[in-house]
Design a protein around this ligand. Structure first.
Ligand code: NI
Ligand code: MN
Length: 230
């Protein structure tokens, strides 16, 4: 079967737009994001995926969902909290190993070693998300520390593309993220969640060097606003 291209666009921090037969936006933190160039008004999305409740991940999800009449997919307790805010929205709640299928896009929640709150309230568990579209599989790790079950995530879902936080302080730094790549075995790893704010300053080339000296994965260090066909 001919592989369809996925277009991956990075809007800085943990926000990616993935376009194939559908358009997906993940963790749409645009307004208030010091590095993002994209405006929330300009986002066109068929599905919005949110990994956890922190403001730098929920971002403009409610606005974008409303404007595009598009569903949000997120972890159960956060789904409830978002539904309280905006009752008219279609919000899909999933939990670890659970999936939803929306117009040919399959989204599966996997663990993330982190915390989650929204609007001052505890928001259940944070997640990572496996996204399958057009026969391709991508893993957005959300905010996470490194953990051994990444090995299982790699074996179970075989993601070709892994989007991994490297900023340290709240998540993995380059050393932990490089170890994560060894466990996940993606073809391509893309660093995220760094150089947005002072506590998460990192040199992504350190991550690239660590990964490419130890595994076959290729690291794409993206510029904010850049598009990649993968
Ligand atoms: Ni977080
Ligand atoms: Mn974060």
């Amino acid at each position: 079967m001919e592989e369809k291209k996925l277009n991956v666009k990075w809007n800085g921090h943990a926000c990616f737009e993935i376009s194939g037969s559908r358009r997906i936006i993940i963790d749409p933190f645009l307004e208030g994001n010091p590095v993002a160039q994209k405006k929330k008004e300009d986002v066109q999305a068929d599905v919005i995926v949110v990994t956890h409740g922190h403001g730098d991940h929920v971002g403009d999800a409610l606005f974008i969902a409303k404007k595009n009449k598009a569903p949000i997919v997120t972890m159960v307790e956060l789904a409830w909290l978002l539904k309280e805010k905006e009752e008219s929205l279609e919000i899909h709640d999933i939990n670890f190993s659970g999936s939803v299928n929306i117009n040919g896009v399959k989204i599966t929640a996997v663990p993330a070693l982190h915390s989650s709150s929204y609007d001052g309230k505890y928001a259940g568990n944070p997640g990572g998300m496996i996204i399958e579209m057009d026969g391709r599989t991508l893993y957005h790790a959300g905010d996470t520390g490194v953990f051994m079950d990444m090995e299982l995530i790699g074996k179970m879902y075989k993601p070709e593309i892994a989007l991994l936080p490297i900023g340290g302080h709240y998540t993995m730094s380059p050393a932990e993220a490089a170890r994560a790549v060894e466990m996940i075995h993606p073809k391509v790893a893309i660093p995220m969640h760094y150089n947005t704010f002072p506590p998460i300053q990192q040199n992504p080339e350190v991550f690239k060097t660590l990964v490419e000296s130890g595994s076959k994965a290729k690291v794409h260090v993206m510029k904010v606003g850049q598009n990649l066909d993968l």
